[in-house]
Design a protein around this ligand. Structure first.
Ligand code: ADP
Ligand code: MG
Length: 637
C-alpha cells in the first residue's frame, strides 16, 4: 500500500488557523491524544468482553515519552489500532471534518480560545505544536497489516504500509520550533498530571536521561544493523494516574478514610473536610462526583474554584461557574459528566437545559444531605454548624429552592452558645420579645465583648441575644426579615433597651420640664460634640445613666455602603458617625448633677457620666481616656 493524497479538497486549509489562534491553550494537544489512546484501549476491552476479540490483551499501559534529540513526543497505546483504510476514514475524513467544522464555527468568535482550550478539537490539535505528525498503527483484526500515515500540516497526506508488529497505535509528533517548551520533563509531566490524573487506563511517562558513551549513534547506522549505541539511555518510568478515583466507585464500597485520602490527593495541603456527598445519577443525565464541605473560613474568596469538572475522567476545567450555583462554589471536589455539552460557548452553557438540570440536582442533593444530618444527629449537626453556617446562609440568601429546604435546618445561635431552628427560636422569644405593635424583635450582637453592656441590659429583661458575627450576616439579617413574618432584627446596641422593644408607654419622669432643659444644657456643654444627638429619657433608675447608640437604620446603611451594596446609598459611607445619647433622667446621678455647687462641678460630673457611657462601648480612647482617668482619680480622692 502506498498512497498520497489530499485530506480535503473542499475545505480551506485549517492548519494555519489551528496553529495561530489557539495560541494560549496549546498544551491541550496532549490531553486529546492521551484520551484518544484511552478510548482505543477501552474499545478493545469492550470488544474482548463481547467475545469479538479473543487474543491476548496483555499489558495495556499507555506510554508517553519524548526525545529531546529528535524533537519528538510519542503517545503509544495497545488499543484496538487502525488499518490503513480506517486511518483514511477516521483521521482523514471524520476527524478532519470534525476539526474543520469546529474551527469554522469559532474562528470569528471572541471567546474561541477559551472554548477550544477547554473542550479540544480532537486529533488535529496535534498540529498546534507539530510540524509533522506520524500515525503508526496496527489493528487488532487478524491478518491486517500495519499502516503509517504522515502529514506535515498541509492538507497533503501520505499513507504507507508499515512493519509494525504489535497491536495498537503510536502517534509521533515532530515538535515545531515554537513549541520546544514541550520537550521538557517537568512541563510534560505537569500537563499529564493536570488533565490525565484520573484517566481509567494506566499512563506511563518515560523520561530519558541520555549520557554519552563510546560507540556509534544508532541512528547513523544503516537500518536493520545493530551497533553499540552511542547514547546510553536510562529510562525512569512513572505511572501518572489513579485509574479508579473514588467517584467512579460505588459509595457502599468506600470508607471514610477513602474519602479523606482522596481529598488529600486533590488538595494536598488542606485541612480535612467536614463531610461529603457522593453524587451518582444516571437518569435523566449522567453525573458522578464527590463534593466536600470544607471548613469555611471568613475569607471565603480563596475557597472558590476548587471544584474540578471532568468528562469521563478527563479533566476539563476548574471553572464551574456556569454549572453550579454561586454558593455551591464554596464546596470542593469533583464532578464528572459526559452529558455536559463541551463543544459549546460559555453563554450557551448557562442556558443549556442539561446544565440547568444538573445544577438544580446538585443543589437538591446538598440540601437533602444537610436535612438528613440534621434529623439523624442534631448534636453532631450543631457541632458542625459554625463551620457550615456561612455556606448555608449564602445558599439561603441566593437560592430560593435551597432556602425552601434549608429553613428546616438553618440554625440560630445565641450568645450563650445554644442553637435553635428558626421555628424553635420564634417560639422561644415570641412571648417576651413582642412589642406593643405586635412585632417580634430578635436582638443580635456582632461583637459579644464590645457590646457586652447592652447584652447584659437585654438579659436583665430576660431577652435573648443572637450571635450574628459571620461575614454574610449583615445580608442574612435583611433576608430573615423578608422571610419571617412580623419579625424585625435589631442590634442590641442600636437603642436603649426600652426603645428596642417598646412594650408600654414610657415611665414617668422625676424631672420637671425646666429641670429637663437644665440637664440637657449641662450635658450639651459637657459633651460639646455635634455628632451626638442628646435626649433626656425617663427610664428605670436601675438602668444605665447614659447610653450611647447608633440607630439600626443608620448602621445598616453604613454597613451596606461599606460592602458596596445599598443601592445608591454610597454617600452614607462618607458621612460622619452619628450617635444618640440617651440621658436617663430618673437615674440618681442626675439629681447629684443638679444639686452640685458650681457650674464647673456640674460639667465635670456630666462629662464623667458621659465618658462612662463611651467607655462601656470601647469608644473612649486617646486623650479623652487620659482625661477621664485623671478626673476619676480626682473624684475618688
Ligand atoms: P474523537 O476522539 O472525538 O472521536 P478525534 O479527532 O480525537 O475525535 O479522533 C478521531 C478518530 O480517530 C477517533 O474517533 C478514532 O476513531 C480515531 N483515533 C484517534 N486516535 C486513535 C488511537 N490512538 N487509536 C485508535 N483510533 C484512534
Ligand atoms: Mg478524541
Amino acid at each position: 500500500m502506498q498512497e498520497k493524497g489530499s485530506i480535503s479538497i473542499h475545505t480551506e486549509n485549517i492548519f494555519p488557523i489551528i496553529k495561530k489562534f489557539l495560541y494560549s491553550d496549546h498544551e491541550i494537544f496532549l490531553r486529546e491524544l492521551v484520551s484518544n489512546a484511552v478510548d482505543a484501549t477501552q474499545k478493545l476491552k469492550k470488544l474482548a468482553s463481547m467475545g469479538e476479540f479473543n487474543g491476548e490483551l496483555g499489558d495495556l499501559k499507555i506510554e508517553v515519552s519524548f526525545d529531546k534529540k529528535k524533537n519528538t513526543i510519542t503517545v503509544s497505546d495497545k488499543g484496538l489500532g487502525m488499518t490503513g483504510e480506517e486511518i483514511k476514514k477516521y483521521i482523514n475524513q471524520i476527524a478532519f471534518s470534525g476539526a474543520a467544522e469546529f474551527v469554522e464555527k469559532f474562528k470569528d468568535k471572541g471567546d474561541a480560545k477559551d472554548i477550544i482550550g477547554k473542550f479540544g478539537l480532537g486529533f488535529y490539535s496535534a498540529f498546534m505544536v507539530s510540524e509533522k505528525v506520524e500515525v503508526i498503527s496496527k489493528s487488532y483484526k487478524e491478518g491486517t497489516e500495519g499502516a503509517r500515515w504522515e502529514c506535515d500540516g498541509s492538507t497533503e497526506f501520505e499513507l504507507n504500509s508499515d512493519s509494525k508488529e504489535t497491536r495498537g497505535t503510536d502517534i509521533i509528533l515532530h515538535i515545531n520550533k515554537d513549541s520546544e517548551e514541550f520537550l521538557d520533563e517537568f512541563r510534560l509531566k505537569g500537563i499529564l498530571e493536570k488533565y490525565c490524573k484520573f484517566l481509567p487506563v494506566e499512563i506511563k511517562f518515560g523520561t530519558k536521561d541520555e549520557s554519552v558513551e563510546d560507540g556509534v549513534d544508532k541512528d547513523d547506522l544503516p537500518t536493520g544493523q545493530a551497533g553499540k549505541p552511542k547514547y546510553k539511555t536510562v529510562t525512569t518510568d512513572r505511572i501518572i494516574n489513579n485509574t479508579s478515583p473514588i467517584w467512579v466507585k460505588a459509595p457502599v464500597e468506600l470508607k471514610d478514610e477513602d474519602y479523606l485520602k482522596f481529598y488529600k490527593e486533590l488538595y494536598p495541603f488542606s485541612e480535612d473536610p467536614l463531610f461529603w456527598i457522593h453524587l451518582n445519577v444516571d437518569y435523566p443525565f449522567n453525573l458522578t462526583g464527590v463534593l466536600y464541605f470544607p471548613k469555611i473560613k471568613n475569607d471565603f474568596e480563596i475557597q472558590r474554584n476548587k471544584i474540578q469538572l471532568y468528562s469521563r475522567q478527563v479533566f476539563i476545567t476548574d471553572e464551574v461557574k456556569d454549572l453550579v450555583p454561586d454558593f455551591l462554589m464554596l464546596l470542593h471536589g469533583v464532578l464528572d459528566s459526559p452529558d455536559i455539552p463541551l463543544n459549546v460557548s460559555r453563554s450557551y452553557l448557562q442556558t443549556d437545559a442539561n446544565v440547568k438540570k444538573i445544577s438544580t440536582h446538585i443543589t437538591k442533593k446538598v440540601a437533602d444531605k444537610l436535612v438528613d444530618m440534621f434529623i439523624k444527629d442534631r448534636k453532631e449537626f450543631e457541632k458542625k454548624w459554625d463551620d457550615i453556617s456561612v455556606f448555608v446562609r449564602y445558599g439561603n440568601i441566593s437560592d430560593e429552592k435551597f432556602y425552601e429546604k434549608a429553613k428546616e435546618f438553618s440554625l440560630l445561635k445565641n450568645v450563650d452558645g445554644q442553637y435553635f431552628s428558626l421555628n424553635e427560636y420564634a417560639e422561644k422569644v415570641k412571648t417576651n420579645q413582642t412589642d406593643k405593635e405586635g412585632q417580634v424583635i430578635y436582638l443580635y450582637t456582632t461583637d459579644k465583648a464590645k457590646q457586652d453592656a447592652f447584652i447584659q441590659a437585654a438579659k436583665g429583661k430576660s431577652y435573648d441575644v443572637l450571635m450574628m458575627d459571620g461575614v454574610l450576616d449583615s445580608h442574612y439579617i435583611g433576608n430573615l426579615e423578608q422571610k419571617l413574618e412580623k419579625t424585625q432584627l435589631k442590634r442590641v446596641d442600636s437603642d436603649i433597651i426600652d426603645k428596642l422593644i417598646v412594650k408600654t408607654e414610657a415611665m414617668a419622669s422625676v424631672l420637671s420640664k425646666e429641670e429637663e432643659e437644665t440637664v440637657k444644657g449641662i450635658f450639651e456643654k459637657a459633651i460639646n460634640n455635634k455628632a451626638m444627638t442628646l435626649a433626656i429619657e425617663s427610664l428605670s433608675p436601675d438602668d444605665l445613666p447614659i447610653t450611647i447608640t447608633m440607630s439600626e437604620w443608620m448602621r445598616r446603611m453604613k454597613d451596606m455602603a461599606k460592602t458596596g451594596g445599598g443601592g445608591g446609598m454610597s454617600f452614607m459611607g462618607s458621612m460622619p458617625d452619628n450617635y444618640n445619647v440617651a440621658v436617663n433622667g430618673n437615674h440618681p446621678i442626675i439629681q447629684r448633677i443638679l444639686k452640685a455647687e458650681s457650674e464647673d462641678q456640674k460639667t465635670k460630673l456630666a462629662k464623667q457620666a458621659y465618658d462612662l457611657g463611651l467607655l462601656s462601648q470601647s469608644m473612649l480612647t486617646g486623650a479623652d481616656l487620659t482625661a477621664f482617668i485623671k478626673r476619676s482619680v480626682e473624684l475618688v480622692g
